[in-house]
Design a protein around this ligand. Structure first.
Ligand SMILES: Nc1ncnc2c1ncn2[C@@H]1O[C@H](COP(=O)(O)OP(=O)(O)OP(=O)(O)O)[C@@H](O)[C@H]1O
Length: 342
């Protein structure tokens, strides 16, 4: 695990230091304080963690998250996504009056795909919380001792990092786990969470937490009383695909999209404007009949050209290339002078 973490840390530092970014630079020309973060947190980021200025993605996302909106962040790995969500959550938690107490249970939940990322996020969280010692960090993840995790959950963990399977286990079996006060749900590396086959677990977690939009779970499961606290949901993903889009649709409400170029906005628009037949669980493709909509500020002014005709076909993975070639061939045969642009 150490080795993997070390590798990742090197790769990340290189990306941040290397100054990669859409406009040629990864750092923003403002300070953390300009983003609205508490002065003590800004000092800590600068003096103790060595972060002089925010990265571009941090500068774009942090003010939006502080405003309380749901957010979908699309950014490559190593662009500083962990601070994107941890800094505003800590800012908002430390402002609470009366102060956060362990007896409040979990207030912020961060879902991650792997043990390695779980530990990596936990370490950053621990560092960030050094000045706010009344906010308790913690983690639960597959492969760890359940009894010890239960004891930690009983005492109260304010900001909890979790892998989906183990979280679901505790939601079902740990009665002393107070999750009804959760106010933030973060999906870090959502694409990897879904790639690793946690789609079904995530849907169950959303139902447990009463966070799935349009859920009928409450009626079906009268025993579970989800909290009425309104939640802020933050989804971060390096790649966008139908499954990530489906998760965004069932978990985010009127999200602000950050880090999406026009091409990706159009992908989201396209995915959202067709009847969404895929569910998060790859085995249940025939599942949801819910019409997907992903309203967003950035999409409001986006119109598809009137002459554009969109059709889609469900094709087994292995036949995709052959089918694409045969469609292209038939288009060229019908209209010899026409060109197809991608
Ligand atoms: N504002 C900043 N200034 C300097 N370094 C930063 C800043 N923000 C984050 N970093 C560093 O950049 C590296 C990448 O950050 P982080 O792990 O949050 O990125 P990420 O986008 O979440 O990457 P991944 O998706 O691989 O987890 C880390 O080593 C982190 O300490």
């Amino acid at each position: 695990m150490e080795e993997i973490r070390g590798e990742k840390e090197d790769r990340n530092s290189e990306a941040v230091k290397g100054g990669r970014g859409n406009d040629g630079g990864i750092f923003a020309s403002c300070s953390f304080a300009d983003l609205g973060l508490h002065s003590s947190l800004c000092e800590h980021l600068k003096d103790k963690m060595g972060f002089q200025v925010p990265t571009q993605i941090q500068a774009q996302a942090i003010p939006v998250i502080l405003s309380g909106r749901d957010v979908l962040v699309n950014a490559a790995t190593g662009t500083g996504k962990t601070i994107v969500y941890l800094a505003p959550i800590i800012h908002l938690l430390q402002m609470r009056n009366p102060r956060v107490q362990r007896s409040d249970g979990t207030l912020a939940l961060v879902l991650v795909p792997t043990r390695e990322l779980c530990m990596q996020v936990y370490e950053i969280l621990q560092k960030l919380l050094r000045r706010f010692i009344w906010i308790v960090p913690g983690y639960i993840m597959g492969g760890e001792n359940r009894a010890k995790e239960k004891a930690r959950l009983r005492k109260g963990i304010s900001v909890l990092i979790a892998t989906p399977g183990r979280l679901l286990d505790h939601l079902k079996n740990t009665s002393s786990f107070i999750y009804t006060n959760i106010q933030w749900i973060v999906y870090d590396e959502a694409d990897r969470i879904l790639e690793l086959g946690y789609g079904k677990a995530i849907e169950e977690i959303l139902d447990f937490l009463g966070s799935r939009h349009g859920s009928t779970f409450e009626q079906k499961n009268k025993m579970i009383k989800p909290s009425k606290i309104s939640k802020q949901n933050l989804l971060l993903s390096a790649t966008l695909n139908d499954k990530v889009n489906h998760l965004a649709n069932i978990s985010l409400q009127s999200p602000v999209m950050i880090g999406l170029d026009d091409k990706k906005v159009s992908l989201i628009t396209r995915c959202s404007s067709v009847k969404q037949l895929s569910s998060l669980d790859s085995h249940s493709d025939e599942g949801s009949e819910q019409l997907s909509t992903l309203p967003s500020q950035s999409l409001e002014n986006y119109n598809l050209p009137a002459q554009l005709i969109q059709r889609y076909l469900k094709v087994p993975c292995g036949s995709r290339l052959a089918l694409l070639l045969s469609i292209l061939k038939s288009i060229f045969r019908k209209a010899g002078s026409q060109k197809v642009w991608y």
